[in-house]
Ligand binder design. Structure first.
Ligand code: AMP
Length: 201
């Protein structure tokens, strides 16, 4: 049986950071739709330009495009043991599509949804801090990591993604985690929750 975990929470909640750590320690593949889309920067196609323009505006890439991208990614052999989804699903339609894919291709379902809770002010502070740090380190700065970009993405989160909390609560998948703490304090909690849910499989 494979293990499938979702990191749910607003942009800047620390989903990516935690997903990377967990993926390494659990030997699962980290599937970040944001990273898959950012990789399109190297492509000179209308499709790539369209997706990147949507991202720069802080809006969501259409569900069909996003779902296709994930379907192709999890079909690769390295996902045989499972994956940690970071930034996906972001809409109810994506969550339904994911359930369909896991049932059809893996005869499986999501094990646990780790819902990382962080306040809006903290999100804007972290996202703008991330931009300053990247710049200082000489790394590329994400176009959407501005105070306006952060607030816009938070609004999109409230409208389209937050309803997933109820969706997964109804399916008894949600575990709430306090994200207002240091990275190294959050990781052990996440590991405990995963062990409690997955250990019995
Ligand atoms: P992230 O790196 O997860 O913050 O995603 C960066 C941007 O990529 C988002 O603001 C969206 O424009 C796009 N994106 C990432 N994941 C999704 C998704 N599941 N559905 C739609 N758009 C997405």
């Amino acid at each position: 049986m494979a293990t499938f975990i979702i990191m749910l929470g607003p942009p800047g909640a620390g989903k990516g950071t935690q997903a990377k750590i967990l993926a390494e320690s659990l030997e699962l593949v980290h599937v970040s739709t944001g990273e898959l889309f950012r990789a399109l920067k190297s492509q000179d196609t209308d499709f790539a330009r369209e997706v990147l323009a949507i991202m720069a505006r802080g809006e969501l890439v259409p569900d069909d495009v996003t779902v296709r991208m994930v379907k192709e990614r999890i079909a690769k052999p390295d996902c045989e043991n499972g994956a940690i989804f970071d930034g996906f699903p972001r809409t109810i339609a994506q969550a339904d599509a994911l359930a369909g894919m896991l049932a059809a291709d893996f005869s499986d379902e999501i094990d646990v949804v780790l819902q990382i809770q962080v306040t809006e002010d903290e999100i804007v502070r972290r996202i703008t801090g991330r931009a300053v740090e990247s710049k200082a380190a000489g790394n590329p700065v994400r176009e959407d990591d501005t105070p306006e970009g952060a607030r816009k993405r938070y609004q999109v989160y409230l409208e389209s993604t937050e309803p997933l909390i109820d969706y997964y609560q109804e399916r008894d998948k949600i575990v709430e985690v306090d994200g207002m703490r240091a990275i190294e304090d959050i990781t052990p909690d996440l590991c405990d929750e995963i062990r409690a849910r997955v250990g019995s499989k």
